[in-house]
Design a protein around this ligand. Structure first.
Ligand code: SF4
Length: 470
């Protein structure tokens, strides 16, 4: 039996993609190797959002290539966003590599690996210049070819990708180039997948997409809703081809028994009050939303081509908090974007305080080749980027402590995921996605526990089981 070693970099979409690679190759007779030394095929599923992620992948694969000295038969492959962005250039930095395949070619992997083997019949093997394979030409992933196998047989939380690609054009972002235009999975498939996951015991799904709010715009068969959302009335049961994200959520709630549902990533333009209504009206939809703002300055938002203003963003936050009072909010912020002044930076700090985020992922701007922003001078000095990064991290530290502190003395419903680090400890999350630890002799895996929250240490809440109510 052939063995596959798979390393994943980057976002949850990549994690979900890696799971699909494993599903496909398991159906082809592969088993998973936990160490590269045991593997016949080694794949790195890569990320190009920041230079650092790419450097790590190059570094790892460079090291792994040395194994060919003693094990020339192994197959080495780079898949994912880096493959799409850098294509054949990757072979220059990794001459012993056998395969480069983009995110859209994920479902072609079994054939591509067979092609590598076929080419190895070539007299020049093991000279990979004659046997390497590259596949980066697809404009989008043919979702209709999605493998039927799903090897997930039990767990607590599961990722479910609902769409691929992004139609936006944020100037700093490489994703539209590496993942193509938005294509949504047919709702029937999504509901079947979630129902299957529920039937094997999963208690929570996280719906994934680069911009889940524009679900339904385009399906693999070319159908999808047309025209501005505003025209669409919130129908009880929309015909499938007119389905948008709020209605997909309603369908999932109605047609599957999944107790908890989250989704990421949202975009402020497409996150509508109708979505907030659906979140307020449907119990399985958790009170948590990840809504990247990126900057608190309208000038920088324009330069990023985000398509909304700070005022419009804050209006949406207010509309959401009115409908879902105990919502927990998280966001992404880029600090040090070209041209960012002190005033822009302070505006971002102020916006963070105004929204009072529960968590924020703060990134220092790094130019990505192939993006519009990379054409601009990266004029914010490294030290200033670092200073501003630290300052925003400190603000978020205060906000997170305040939000978690607000839980002390209250009860919370926890979905228990696993054992804690110490004997008798259990770890789970609130509906607001906050981590909680409590102690019990019983096995709580995958169960909902009512916990009285008693103390906070770093970003973890500690508590004890609340007395059972009769
Ligand atoms: S919305 Fe913008 S930042 Fe997000 S994936 Fe699309 S282009 Fe990138």
């Amino acid at each position: 039996m052939k063995k596959l070693y798979l390393q994943t970099f980057g976002c949850q979409m990549n994690e979900r993609d890696s799971q699909e690679v494993l599903d496909m190759l398991t159906a082809q007779g592969y088993s998973l190797a936990h160490e590269p030394e045991q593997a016949d095929v080694i794949l790195l599923n890569t990320c190009s959002v920041r230079e650092h992620a790419e450097d790590r992948a190059y570094g790892n694969m460079g090291k792994l290539s040395e194994m060919k000295d003693t094990r020339p038969h192994i197959v080495l492959g780079i898949i994912g966003c880096m493959a799409k962005l850098h294509q054949g250039k990757i072979f220059k930095r990794l001459p012993r590599l056998d395969l480069v395949a983009g995110p859209a070619e994920l479902y072609d992997l079994p054939y591509l690996l067979a092609e590598v083997q076929e080419k190895r019949q070539n007299v020049n093997w093991p000279d990979t210049r004659y046997t390497r394979v590259i596949a980066v030409g697809r404009t989008h992933r043919p979702l209709e070819q999605k493998p039927a196998v799903d090897t997930r047989t039990g767990g607590v939380r599961a990722f479910v990708s609902i769409m691929e690609g992004c139609d936006k054009a944020c100037t700093y972002c490489i994703v539209p180039k590496t993942r193509g235009q938005e294509i949504s999975r047919p709702p029937k498939e999504i509901i079947e997948e979630i129902s299957r996951l529920a039937s094997v015991g999963y208690q929570e799904v996280i719906l994934l997409g680069q911009n889940v709010n524009s679900y339904g715009k385009r399906f693999p068969d070319g159908s999808g809703y047309k025209g501005p959302l505003g025209k669409l009335k919130l129908l009880q049961e929309a015909p499938d081809d007119l389905l948008d994200f709020p209605q997909l959520l309603r369908m999932i709630v109605r047609r599957t028994p999944m107790p908890r549902i989250r989704f990421t990533t949202s975009h402020p333009i497409d996150a509508t009050e109708r979505l907030f209504d659906v979140m307020a009206q449907n119990e399985p939809l958790c009170e948590w939303l990840h809504l990247p703002v990126q900057s608190g300055s309208n000038r920088i938002l324009r330069a990023m081509r985000r398509g909304y203003t700070v005022e419009a963003y804050l209006e949406k936050i207010e509309a959401l908090k009115k409908r879902v009072p105990d919502i927990a909010l998280s966001t992404d912020i880029i600090v040090g974007f070209p041209g960012e002044t002190d005033a822009d930076f302070r505006a971002t700090m102020e916006l963070m305080r105004t929204v009072a985020y529960d968590t924020a992922y703060i990134f220092k701007y790094s130019p990505r080749p192939g993006t519009d922003a990379a054409l601009r001078e990266d004029d914010i000095p490294k030290e200033v980027k670092e200073e501003r990064n630290q300052a925003l991290l400190a603000v978020q530290e205060e906000l997170t402590a305040a939000s978690l502190g607000g839980r002390l003395g209250n009860e919370a419903e926890i979905l228990v995921e696993e054992r804690g680090n110490l004997p008798g400890q259990w770890f789970g999350r609130t509906r607001q996605n906050q981590g909680v630890i409590f102690e019990s002799e019983d096995d709580w895996t995958g169960r909902l526990a009512q916990v009285s929250v008693e103390r906070l240490a770093a970003h973890t809440l500690f508590g004890s089981l609340a007395p059972a109510r009769v």
